[in-house]
Write a protein that binds this ligand. Sequence first.
Ligand code: 48C
Length: 359
Amino acid sequence: MHALNGKTVTVILLTALMLGVLYCYISQTFRFVVSFQEEQETDDSSFRSSASVVLKTHVFHLVAPDQNMWDYRHLQYKQPSIVEGRTDVVTVTPWLAPVVWEGTFNPVLLDSIYQQQNISVAATVFAVGKYIMFLKNFLETAEQHFFVGFRVHIYVFTDQPNEVPQVKMADGRKVMVRSVPSSNRWQEISARRMELIQTLIEEELLKTTDYIFCLDVDSKFHGRWGAESLGGLVAVIHPGYYWDSRSKFPYERRPQSRAYVAPEEGDFYYCGGAFGGSLQEVHLLAKTCRLNFENDAVEGIEAAWQEESHLNRYMWINKPSKVLSPEYLWQDFKSRNREIHIIRFSGVVKNYADIRPNV
Ligand code: 48C
């Protein structure tokens, strides 16, 4: 047998090295997969594929994404702490729902987790009568701040569909216009939103959308509103009352109304102009508020702040699973309090006498 020449030996050694590297990589990856699978087996004894576990619990299964194909490093970020953080605000409710404030979450981490879940988000906004004048700023600022980088459909309900402004939107984001009749009572326009949200969910969203947020049109976005706001039933603390005692909240106080909240009851005062969550939760909220509003009307009573009163009664009984701070619906006429580190969405200054069909 001829002695192996130098070149052949080199080729053999290089091939062996490549095979060794490949083996290490595959065994490394396989170990993770097997360990995850084993974990599932031991966790729930009967064998279920990891995929079925992820599919079943995708809502609560927050997976940190790989940075890239070739190594198993993940997103790097500042070490979190459970002993150092914001001390000027409360960040959890008595029923252990998070209260979202600036500085309590990592937006890059959250986006990297939820981008993988391929979620779709809907928003509803009503622009009836003279309120159409607010729509352009609403839509343009939503494009800059509301779930940027996600699939978003904004449903605009209006009595003037031809007046809806054209706004350039990124891929996967679009405006859907729905015609609604006008009314000569702003209270009716506002309250009817619950019925229209309920039917929109039933007729169009249940099979296509994961989350929905229902927002006032006479407002603009000024900062990020993103994946940190996702949850089952999501409420927004009203900027006007979060320092007040509950007896001062403008709840409906007449026991005859289905929106009634007694003086010693109530957690927070929530906005009617911003709420959301999963399709199922928001459908139940809208349906319940609509029915209670209609049944009150049959008995000749209209709650103090229409559907906002019914929403507050609903959230007293059905606790929200995530609470957004007043950063998520401020009021431009107010000066910024020290605990408000960012204004994300805010009601614009307006004269109701100029824009409401009746004051
Ligand atoms: O679209 C209208 N037209 C009206 O004439 C009265 C209310 N509305 C909608 O209802 C707007 O979407 C408003 O944002 C919402 C009720 N909210 C407000 O009027 C203030 N944000 C309190």
